[in-house]
Design a protein around this ligand. Structure first.
Ligand SMILES: [Zn+2]
Length: 206
């Protein structure tokens, strides 16, 4: 994964570290170099602690077995396990990062469900490729009165919303769609909190 050819004026291990940094989003070659050099000024113990944190990250943080949010290994996420949340309303998002954005907007006090994408026939992504079976299971096992569909407001996100409405509305569940206000085609992960709060509070029945 890291591109060791990014720089060659450093010892190999430092080059490798710089290569990893450069693989992160928003980090260009020069920034990666600065980050790598910054580590060289840390105490060795601190660098080792950083490395250990990274080494354990994917074992310690996993997908919530219920909703798909980030969760500590072996447990449901903090939202699914919170008695302070409404458990009769589920907001359906494409990606886990959208949960974090909606949480920042403090506009929703229910639970979530991460689909893992959106319907996209052109890219060969059908309902069976999304986390829909698990959603059906949740709705069978728990009393849920409303699904809020917060997929991206582009063609594929709308198609996904309509598919879910067609699936769940006949079962007596209110299916609502977040309001316009989120720019068309915008990635919800980057929508600002006020816009999202407004989109959720003005959601409409599908
Ligand atoms: Zn969860």
């Amino acid at each position: 994964m890291p591109d060791a050819s990014l720089s060659s004026k450093y010892p190999e291990a430092l080059d490798a570290a710089i290569g990893f940094f450069a693989h992160l989003p928003g980090i260009g070659k020069r920034t990666a170099e600065r980050l790598g050099l910054a580590l060289m000024s840390w105490k060795p113990d601190d660098v080792a602690a950083f490395a250990e944190t990274l080494a354990e990250l994917r074992q310690k943080v996993v997908s919530c077995p219920v909703c798909g949010n980030f969760a500590p290994a072996g447990q449901p996420c903090s939202i699914c396990s919170s008695p302070a949340r409404r458990h009769d309303i589920i907001c359906v998002v494409e990606h886990v990062t959208q949960i974090l954005t909606i949480e920042k907007s403090a506009s929703f006090d229910g639970l979530y469900h991460v689909l893992g994408g959106k319907l996209s026939p052109l890219n060969g992504i059908g309902p069976e490729d999304l986390n829909i079976a698990k959603l059906e299971q949740r709705l069978q096992e728990h009393s849920v009165s409303e699904l809020v569909i917060a997929t991206t407001p582009d063609v594929e996100g709308e198609a996904t919303a309509h598919y879910l409405a067609g699936l769940f509305q006949p079962r007596g569940i209110l299916v609502s769609r977040i309001a316009a206000g989120v720019p068309v085609g915008a990635d919800l992960s980057y929508a600002d909190a006020a816009t999202l709060a407004s989109a959720i509070s003005h959601r409409r029945k599908m």
